[in-house]
Design a protein around this ligand. Structure first.
Ligand code: ZN
Ligand code: ZN
Length: 488
């Protein structure tokens, strides 16, 4: 019987027995590759369980190659990754050597190079573990087979990481970024070089690299440096069963583990790991789709919500409503927009559409992350849309993300300016709903002033086109009688 290895403490040999593995080792001769075959059957109730298949790697191995074969009847998807002898148990990522999910059925690793999604480096002798994770499985179950080729030989020159520069400039300003994207290092279709060239062409100031469950891309962004484009390290922490979240602002060598379930109550440990690095934990596309990926970890552990993922649709509308409900409860989560792009132009998720525009002390990892943490950010459908939002009470003023200090009874006034849209509606909202509306000026430049009779707890703006699709959305200005951060 197959069992979930998520919580077990069994040695690898025991797992080999439980999995009913066989080993067909070929004759070992000097410089002759050795082929190992491991195979088994996963019944339908194996869905979303973790299976570690042990592979003994002898000293002198220069390259490991793994090929996965399984029946695709019934839409089976068998995700794959690998750990080296430094460790594979959930909670430790010391031995992590790569993850391709369901995007690949074969990979290689040697000292100098590896398939995208995998981490080059020495092929250490000892017990490696291939991780298999079925995310779709037919009622009849799934027959699987791994063919592992161990290539002996001298170790070549070692891979040298080349992470992205952390500072592009130190000029304060508003910077446009795409916070969620994929390349060939997970299930995207672009090379890293194609992605950075397109980011420059789309007028993006920064991108955040968020491959599924791997940091392999983050080790090499420095090789694709482009003038004036900041690349920030991240990871899309991905469990098909319980949802996806983005760990943003990581060190290039950081890997955030994904191998836990909501019942473990361990999510707090991982979001805290992100924050300890100066990063942020953001819930991704919480309602995509309705049947799987629906977010099931507690929102209290997260810093923000991706309320706008790709083209505006009903799922984004639900995410926006959820975020707004949390604001009304006094929980000031950051709202972000991102493309989640996987393919080149003309796909539904085009790079930079939508984007998040951040007020930062400079175009640097620290500056952008600080701006996001302070929620000094608005969300825009494309590069042309620019806006400002300011609120006044007496002589005090505040912008997006800030807290306006206003005494009881003091009148508030709000100013909003927009460029890059020539039709639609601007709506000012607070916890009670709509506070004011104005038409978007046909000239392409809209300026509105709203005196407010009441005293809302927060003020935010939505700009929608005539069909109701979102053009721009701000994080709130909070209103308080005392100085301090929102929600405190
Ligand atoms: Zn996702
Ligand atoms: Zn994604």
């Amino acid at each position: 019987m197959l069992r979930c290895a998520l919580h077990d403490g069994l040695p690898a040999a025991t797992w080999a027995l439980l999995l009913g593995l066989c080993c067909l080792a070929g004759p070992v001769a000097a410089q002759t590759p050795t082929e190992l075959v491991r195979q088994g059957h996963m019944p339908a109730d194996s869905l979303f369980r973790l299976f570690y298949v042990p592979i003994e790697v002898p000293a002198g191995t220069a390259e490991i190659r793994v090929r996965e074969d399984y029946g695709h009847d019934g839409g089976n998807v068998l995700n794959m990754g690998i750990y080296d002898p430094a460790g594979y148990r959930p909670g430790t990522t010391a031995g992590f050597r790569g993850w391709s999910g369901g995007a690949k059925t074969a990979f290689f690793i040697n000292a100098q190079a590896a398939s995208t999604g995998y981490v080059p480096g020495p092929v250490r002798p000892g017990t490696w573990h291939v991780l298999l994770y079925p995310s779709t499985i037919a009622p009849a179950g799934l027959d699987w087979k791994l063919t592992v080729t161990l290539v002996p030989g001298p170790v070549g020159p070692l891979f040298v990481p080349a992470p992205a520069a952390t500072v592009i400039n130190t000029r304060p300003g508003w910077y446009q970024g795409d916070l969620h994207l994929h390349t060939l290092h997970s299930d995207g279709r672009r090379t890293p070089a194609e992605l950075v060239d397109e980011a420059v062409a789309q007028g993006l100031d920064f991108i955040i690299s968020t491959e599924h469950n791997t940091n392999s891309a983050n080790l090499s962004w420095g090789r694709y440096a482009r003038p004036n484009l900041l690349v920030i390290n991240g990871e899309e922490v991905t469990t098909t069963a319980f949802g996806h979240w983005n760990a943003l602002g990581l060190e290039p060598t950081t890997l955030i583990d994904w191998r836990y379930v909501p019942a473990d109550s361990s999510i707090a440990r991982y979001t805290a790991q992100v924050r300890a690095l100066g990063g942020l934990a953001i819930i991704n596309h919480p309602f995509f789709p309705d049947t799987v990926n629906r977010f099931r970890f507690g929102v209290r552990h997260f810093d923000g919500i991706e309320v706008w993922n790709g083209r505006w649709d009903a799922r984004n509308e639900r995410a926006l409503a959820w975020w707004d409900a949390l604001l009304r409860q006094g929980r000031p989560l950051l709202a972000v927009a991102a493309s989640d792009t996987h393919t080149a132009a003309l796909s539904p998720n085009q790079l930079g559409r939508p984007r998040t525009v951040v007020q930062a002390t400079g175009l640097s990892r620290a500056g952008i992350m600080q701006g996001l943490r302070a929620r000094r950010a608005y969300l825009a459908a494309d590069r042309a849309l620019r806006l400002t939002l300011t609120a006044w009470a007496g002589g005090a003023s505040a912008g997006i993300g800030d807290t306006l200090v206003a005494a009881a009874g003091q009148r508030l006034e709000v100013a909003f300016e927009l460029r890059g849209a020539s039709a639609g509606t601007v709506t000012l909202l607070g916890e009670s709903g709509v506070l004011a509306t104005s038409p978007v000026a046909a000239t392409g430049s809209t300026a509105v002033r709203w005196p407010l009779a009441g005293r809302p707890r927060y003020l935010r703006v939505e700009v929608r086109n005539p069909t109701g699709a979102m053009l721009a959305l701000t994080n709130p200005i909070w209103v308080s009688s005392r100085p301090g951060r929102a929600g405190k």
